[in-house]
Design a protein around this ligand. Structure first.
Ligand code: GLV
Length: 324
């Protein structure tokens, strides 16, 4: 049987460098990311696939891959994969939890501070030569919102939410959280979602994107938020209604937002958040440090090698495929 696997992008890390010692593989040579048609053609007939979160592993693709025995995604999130379709065929799906927790929490905190203190806007202002002697240090010049001592509401208290909570405690913040299944975490008060929205100066999203969480932060819930609050999203774009958030920023009900993820990526030029005031934008860089991306790639390779060896993947997103 062919041991050929397809890798949809060259990967950082040690594991990828040694992949050829374990199996025959092909990698998309680029330039850039592979598109859906090219992925279908290049991966055709392969036994396993190592992919990124930009690859749509939908039911049609899975159906066309008759020899597919495993998929290993270099991501913690698996909303780009039709997990049910894979599971129905008994195909394990690898992912990369844990290693990106602290890095993603850093990104959430960076966006929170940048949005609260208008860092991106201030940077653009200085570079544009607009800092005039008349405004050198006026009392209300570039005033923002305090992070220290404020109330943070975490929507989702998984590993990343908890890592954000630890950072917030260092800033003397009151930390509230809502989670589908309540959790006991020192220093974090579990509340229901409406209460969290009404009390929080900052709301940071940390839930996976599923049918249940799609547009969880919608217009009705945004209307329940504290006036002047700030939204941070490092989870998935689909968790919030981008048009509703942009409208709340435009009419001044919310003060600002820090956004790393979008409903469509790369972000469309007409995405309403690009036009909204006081939004700090990043291009889905939550886990983007050299060390973390190398660790994620190594985990993706380890998951693939375990599957190739007929073993259980160390990090499987659909463990129900293993019957033992
Ligand atoms: C990043 O968003 C990931 O899911 O790994």
């Amino acid at each position: 049987m062919s041991r050929r696997i397809f890798v949809s992008h060259t990967l950082p890390g040690e594991g990828f460098r040694h992949l050829g010692e374990h199996c025959e593989f092909e990698v998309w040579p680029g330039p850039g990311l592979i598109g859906p048609a090219a992925l279908r053609e290049a991966a055709s007939g392969c036994r396993g696939l190592i992919c990124l979160l930009t690859d749509r592993i939908d039911a049609g693709f899975i159906e066309s891959m008759r020899q597919l025995e495993f998929v290993s995604s270099m991501s913690v999130g698996v909303d780009h994969v039709d997990v049910a379709a894979l599971t129905a065929r008994g195909i394990p799906l690898g992912h990369t939890p844990g290693v990106l927790v602290e890095t993603t929490a850093d990104t959430a905190f960076a966006l929170m501070l940048a949005a609260a203190r208008r860092v991106a806007e201030a940077d653009a202002f200085v570079r544009a030569g607009r800092w005039s002697p008349q405004q050198a240090w006026a009392p209300e010049f570039f005033v923002g919102t305090d992070v220290g001592g404020a109330t943070l509401g975490l929507v989702g208290l998984g590993e990343i939410g908890q890592a954000v909570a630890r950072r917030a405690q260092g800033f003397g913040m009151r930390v509230l959280a809502w989670n589908r299944t309540p959790r006991e975490v020192p220093g974090v008060e579990m509340v229901d979602l409406d209460e969290l929205l009404g009390l929080s100066d900052f709301v940071s999203l940390h839930v996976a994107l599923t049918a249940d969480t799609h547009h969880l932060l919608n217009a009705a819930r945004i209307a329940r938020m504290k006036p002047g609050a700030i939204v941070v999203n490092t989870a998935r774009g689909g968790v919030l209604d981008e048009a509703a958030l942009a409208a709340a920023l435009a009419d001044g009900r919310l003060a600002a937002a820090g956004i790393d993820v979008y409903e469509r990526e790369p972000v469309d030029a007409d995405n309403p958040l690009l036009m909204a005031p006081n939004v700090v934008l990043a291009p889905h860089i939550g886990s983007a440090t050299l060390k973390t991306r190398a660790r994620m790639a190594d985990m993706a390779v380890a998951n693939a090698l375990a599957a190739l060896a007929g073993q259980r993947m160390p990090h499987c997103a659909n463990p129900g495929v293993y019957r033992d």
